[in-house]
Design a protein. Structure first.
Length: 216
């Protein structure tokens, strides 16, 4: 099979995998028809957390992360390291701009994590710890996500030195990081106006308890 055809298959498959919205599917299981009509209007992990609590949020995170990882590994199988980067990146694009949901998707952080795991598990661990630390300390999930998006290309530039495809890895990381920051542009505007909502862990715990009792 010609390499260009393999790359085309990888790109299409990755994008379509990205269209599978963990947030929408999981929230339906918890009685919310469309999570985008709640809270921030986003289909990602944070809005599910604020709306439905811890368990649905973790399930959304895992689901969205898996599609990025699966797309990347499928790409690696068909097209090597370049195919891996292409598949994971297209999954992020499919998550952010899903054609099946009229291009209204999430912000791509969890799906990006799936790609990052495929690129380098140590980098994935570092950015995950950073997000958790910032969110727990400042109670702004958006700040943690933006910080991780900015750090990701730097870590790739450090960890992937000597790789034959070093330039492609760095360019891919810059694109993924820039896209994630772009998707947070409304959060950035709210942060500048001091209007960004903090995570209320007590409220989230109450919601989680309520949801748990409903599903007993």
């Amino acid at each position: 099979m010609a390499m260009w055809l393999k790359y085309l298959i990888i790109a299409v498959a990755g994008y379509l995998l990205g269209n599978i919205s963990g947030g929408i599917l999981i929230s339906k299981c918890y009685g919310v028809r469309d999570i985008r009509t709640k809270g921030s209007g986003n289909a990602g992990t944070t809005n599910v957390l604020r709306t439905l609590g811890w368990v649905p949020s973790v399930l959304t995170l895992v689901g969205d992360c898996l599609k990025g990882l699966i797309a990347a590994e499928l790409g690696r199988w068909l097209g090597g390291e370049i195919g891996m980067l292409l598949g994971g990146t297209c999954a992020i694009l499919g998550h952010d701009f899903p054609v099946v949901f009229r291009f209204r998707g999430g912000k791509g952080i969890a799906t990006s994590l799936g790609l990052i795991i495929a690129v380098n598990p140590w980098i994935a661990l570092i950015v995950t710890v950073l997000v958790i630390a910032v969110a727990a300390t400042l109670r702004y999930m958006s700040v943690g996500s933006i910080a991780a998006a900015a750090l990701y290309p730097v870590l790739v530039a450090i960890f992937l030195r000597g790789n034959p495809h070093y330039a492609v890895y760095v360019l891919s990381a810059v694109f993924a990081g820039a896209l994630a920051i772009f998707q947070h542009r409304k959060n950035i505007a709210r942060l500048l106006r001091h209007e960004e909502n903090r995570l209320d862990f007590a409220k989230i715990s109450r919601i989680s308890h309520k949801i748990k009792n409903i599903h007993k």
